[in-house]
Ligand binder design. Sequence first.
Ligand code: GLY
Length: 387
Amino acid sequence: MHVVMVGGGVIGLVTAWRAAQRGMRVTVVDPEPGGGAARVAAGMLAAVTELHFGEETLLTLNLASAERYAAFAAELSEVSGQDVGYRACGTLAVALDADDRAHLRELHALQQRCGLTSQWLTGRECRRLEPMLAPGVRGGLRVDGDHQVDPRRLAAALLTACAAAGVVFRRARAQRLLVGGDRARGVLLADGAELACDQVVLAGGSESGRLAGVPDDVLPPVRPVKGQVLRLRMPPGPAPFLSRTVRAVVRGGQVYLVPRTDGELVVGATSEELGWDTTVTAGGVYELLRDAHELVPGLTELPLAETRAGLRPCSPDNAPLLGPTALPGLQLATGHHRNGVLLTPVTGDALAASLATGELPEVARPFTPRRFAHTAAGAPVRQELPV
Ligand code: GLY
């Protein structure tokens, strides 16, 4: 079977790798494979700390992927010879004022109702764990199961693993889905080449709803949600600046600090509905630094190494669209919103199974794109991809 993957971000790459491991011939179409939202993402594996009311079904998928992460990272490192920066460090979510504290208490209650492990700490206990925290911290939740990975290293290792498994890369933009005889038949590239195949997987992140030629009733309802992210450098030394991911809700906005063993400290993230805009703004940087500084005042002494903005691919219910569509020959792996890096292992496994058998494994079945079939009229207005 020949599979064409439209999109070479971490979701497209992991699907390509797993499909190639099952003996399929795979071509990844992307002008810049290894790019996409993972180049900006912090890499939190936050199944428990990013739990939201009404998203219990998504929690099941998130937990399934989190459980696979250690083995997935070890296998990928072994195959690629590259470290992916997987760190089983846990997370501390803290509250800075009474409102934040009430919000965190509600999250704790929801976690308990869902059978998740988290522990309520006083402000003093939080600072004992992380001495750089502000003295005003009012309490927090210790979540020892929410870890981190380095998304840039992950993408690089997936590129190597794909190449080793025989995946072919076409560094071009997919311009149009080719449909004939009521099924997807391949992809027209911007350079004029036509790639015929048995199955197309649309894994184009936030651009997945923009591919020309996809019939309206199967066009994924995915929109971009902008996130601005900063990268700082922590000083080397025997005592770590932060030893785990630290996060808070400050004035209603999420801020998180993800410390890596190589000294990088990632500060994220804004969440902005601004279409395709990826400008890093003074306001975005200001808000992130202001909120992060309230959390960890010493952070403003650190060198600021990088500012970037990326686009999360968001679906109407914040959950991914996985597997076969109503158009034979077209499958989706998109709409992962805030969880693309976390969901990478389970997405690769689910899509490879779906390509091989035509059926999603049970854990992924609730995420069939067919759940939006009745809302086809609500699909995003088609905008042709720029050539
Ligand atoms: N999961 C973190 C974010 O999307 O900002």
